[in-house]
Design a protein around this ligand. Structure first.
Ligand SMILES: [Zn+2]
Length: 283
């Protein structure tokens, strides 16, 4: 499942092929993914110039010169592929169409953007750009973890009276946007905060310390994604999934990497999802 750094990597990979260019033809091969596509999606995309490609939480937002914004969500298994050679940096040819190529955008520069999603939990929508974040999928999302409004004062205030475990509080999209299971585990490990500790029982100093840590784990992953982007141009054109090593995530039973710690990483289940942590380092 793509998390924020993967989505940001996809956005960065798509931008050179899409930003500033007209969608000359849109192919929509089915009526829906997770939800029905918006009415007349083909007509509303065709002939429109992509002014810029943004990201909000795990959504990619393409502002069009028609005054509408295209929203793309990769869901569980969505993939974006870029083929063609718009700027001399995508060396792969157009692949043969595959079964799950649900939306294909043909760009004026020769690039072809393919949204493939075997499990169809992804989504696409169109809404007026001026509606800003009133779109139902965006309306209740908290601040971007890499943005300016996510700071120490904000996070202390957001967690101060919450009785929920730290893990759940940070997974809550209203607390912070798009911080998924993996990066919550990693951030709590780096902060030495136990994932089951109720948020209101964690000191302000430790909560404050989480802000740079959260930014750090995401930035590290986005950097790893950047390396994968350089590789993808020589590979198969698929964006967004890359190898990245984690300190605790997926490391149950393996030795803790903190200096001097002899514990092994444990896994518990919280709200139906795996949590990985060090029982010695995290309190
Ligand atoms: Zn440890």
């Amino acid at each position: 499942m793509p998390e924020l750094p993967e989505v940001e990597t996809v956005r960065r990979g798509l931008a050179p092929a899409m930003e500033g260019f007209v969608i000359t033809r849109a192919e929509v091969n089915r009526p829906d993914l997770r939800w029905p596509f918006p009415e007349n999606m083909v007509e509303r995309l065709t002939g429109k110039r992509v002014l810029r490609l943004r990201r909000r939480s795990k959504y990619i937002l393409g502002d069009l010169d028609s005054g509408e914004t295209a929203l793309i969500h990769l869901g569980m298994s969505g993939r974006m592929l870029v083929s063609g050679d718009p700027l001399g940096q995508f060396v792969h040819n157009h692949p043969a169409p595959e079964k799950h190529d649900h939306v294909v955008l043909h760009m004026e520069n020769g690039a072809r953007i393919t949204f493939n999603d075997p499990r169809r939990f992804g989504a696409m929508d169109l809404f007026p750009t001026e509606a800003g974040e009133s779109h139902p999928l965006l309306a209740s999302i908290g601040p971007e973890p890499l943005g300016n409004s996510f700071d120490e004062t904000y996070l202390v205030g957001a967690l101060a009276h919450r009785n929920t475990p730290m893990k759940s509080a940070l997974l809550d999209q209203k607390t912070v946007a798009g911080l998924g299971n993996i990066y919550v585990c990693e951030a709590l490990f780096r902060s030495k905060i136990h994932p089951t500790r109720p948020a209101r029982k964690v000191s302000k100093a430790r909560i404050s310390g989480l802000v740079p840590v959260i930014r750090g784990v995401l930035s590290d992953a986005i950097e790893a994604g950047g390396s994968s982007l350089r590789d993808f141009r020589q590979a198969d054109g698929e964006l967004g999934y890359f190898q990245h090593s984690f300190d605790v995530y997926g490391r149950e039973g393996e030795p803790c990497r903190s200096e001097g710690c002899t514990s092994t990483i444990r896994r518990i289940v919280q709200s139906g999802r795996s949590t990985f942590y060090c029982p010695t380092c995290q309190r």
